[in-house]
Design a protein around this ligand. Structure first.
Ligand SMILES: [Zn+2]
Length: 185
């Protein structure tokens, strides 16, 4: 017995009407970075369909080194597999989406942070910095971090958005921008 049983029944209904998406670049030309919170699933909040956009999720939707590595991987795949010869166009846009009422906000509490640091061995200052208490501020900082990453392909743009749990609305905080060539110097 598994708690997956009712979901596997849903999957049977899904598979009955399923058409596989062909291997190809994401049709929305987007990669979404967002929180793992079960209230902010972009397939539902943004109406994403299969084949439209890869989604990278972690606590807070933060731009960590692991996220930067995943985006470099997706960029290389897109460049090698899906770019036409002599194509000077863009690859995709990365949309970073943070949200209100984020559970990572508990990391701003010194007692909670201390307990989590003891369990994981992670340094407390890093945990404090990973908390999303002001999603407008953290999403702005993470857009800048990704744009400054040397491994970000120059044909990838980055935008920032905030999802409001109370209203269901997504607001754009930072319009899509390409990295400056100077970061490679
Ligand atoms: Zn969250």
């Amino acid at each position: 017995m598994t708690r997956m049983t009712p979901l596997l029944e849903r999957n049977e209904r899904f598979a009955a009407a399923y058409t596989p998406a062909p291997l190809g670049p994401p049709t929305a030309q987007l990669v979404i970075v967002t929180c793992l919170d079960h209230r902010v699933d972009p397939a539902i909040t943004l109406g994403l369909k299969l084949g439209e956009a890869p989604v990278i999720r972690n606590a807070g939707g933060r731009v960590t080194q692991a996220v930067i590595d995943d985006i470099a991987f997706l960029g290389l795949l897109a460049e090698q597999l899906f770019s036409r010869q002599g194509d000077t166009g863009t690859l995709f846009e990365v949309a970073v989406v943070h949200h209100t009422q984020c559970g990572t906000g508990f990391l701003a509490d010194p007692n909670f942070r201390h307990q989590f640091a003891q369990v994981t061995g992670l340094p407390e200052p890093a945990l404090e910095a990973s908390a999303v208490t002001d999603p407008h501020a953290t999403v702005t900082a993470d857009v800048e971090r990704l744009l400054a990453a040397p491994s970000l392909p120059s044909k990838v743009s980055v935008s920032g958005h905030v999802y409001d749990i109370a209203t269901g609305h997504v607001t754009t905080v930072a319009d899509a921008r390409y990295p400056l060539p100077a970061r490679r110097a």
